[in-house]
Design a protein around this ligand. Structure first.
Ligand code: NAP
Length: 248
């Protein structure tokens, strides 16, 4: 398990942001990577020339695309990072559509991938990492239904682990809950909104947050989760600029 060469890993939502960092880190660790996003993206050759990144343009919330990608690539690792952009405003300024947007993207995407992993099923020893959010624990009052949707992704991941165990599939499911970070456009919109609400300049708000999570840091964390011994894998982790912390 410590060697990722020959272990094809699909990164769902790899075009930019944290998912891009995850795809690059996995390739550098030697994994053949399939990078999925709706927009065509290029990746440079991994710096050390190890793993390769193939790109696939698909809507990760389309169940037939999910089944097709799993069927064609036969992965033993899947990392579900994709989610909708944030729409930051107070509760009363949301519409039902903006409030529920993350249910129709993040929750839908993780539901279809996790379901297909169980139905296929992936080979014994496979691992699935789902990106939720620290907002699932702390709430996120300016992003409508986001925190609830991310909490549901955590539940879906735990339910999938139970079903895998009941069926004796030997597949491990883990949720990773990143803390808000200004290092992606997605996170920057949240930082901007919460800094404004707190009445402090953005730079000061970021400084008070402590070490900043980067796409490279997210990549290193996922490499760790895909290579660590299965017996020490937790059901969930918080992810900050300081790294992974178990959230059992
Ligand atoms: N950044 C943060 O501060 C933060 C904090 C906590 C949790 N998170 C979570 O971490 C994840 C990644 O965040 P991020 O900041 O990296 O977001 P991001 O920069 O917006 O990247 C999202 C990626 O997902 C892809 N994507 C979105 N919908 C898709 C779909 N239906 N099918 C295929 N690909 C899709 C996007 O590409 P296309 O648009 O081209 O498809 C993009 O590559 C999200 O789930 C987010 O909720 C982020």
């Amino acid at each position: 398990m410590s060697d990722l060469s020959g272990r094809t890993t699909i990164v769902v939502g790899a075009g930019r942001g944290l998912g891009r960092g995850v795809a690059s880190a996995l390739a550098e660790a030697g994994a053949p990577v399939v990078a999925v996003s709706r927009t065509v993206t290029d990746f440079p050759e991994p710096a050390n020339g190890s793993g390769a990144i193939r790109t696939e343009t698909a809507d990760a919330g389309d169940p037939s695309a999910v089944a097709d990608l799993i069927d064609r690539h036969q992965p033993t690792g899947i990392v579900v990072v994709a989610g909708a952009s944030l729409y930051m405003r107070p509760l009363q300024q949301h519409t039902w559509e903006s409030f529920s947007a993350h249910w129709h993207s993040d929750v839908r995407i993780s539901f279809h991938w996790v379901r297909e992993v169980l139905l296929t099923p992936l080979r014994p020893g496979s691992r699935v990492v789902v990106f939720g959010s620290g907002a699932a624990l702390a709430g996120s009052p300016l992003s409508g239904g986001y925190a609830g949707a991310k909490a549901t992704q955590r539940f879906i991941t735990a339910y999938a682990q139970q079903e895998a165990e009941r069926a004796g599939l030997d597949i491990a499911f883990t949720v990773v809950m990143p803390r808000m970070t200004p290092s992606t456009a997605f996170g920057r919109s949240a930082v901007r909104a919460y800094a404004a609400r707190s009445g402090v300049p953005e730079e000061e708000f970021v400084r008070k947050m402590g070490p900043v999570l980067t796409p490279e840091g997210a990549g290193a964390a996922v490499v760790e989760l895909l290579t660590v011994d299965a017996s020490s894998l937790a059901p969930g982790y918080l992810l900050t600029g300081a790294g992974l912390r178990r959230a059992d």
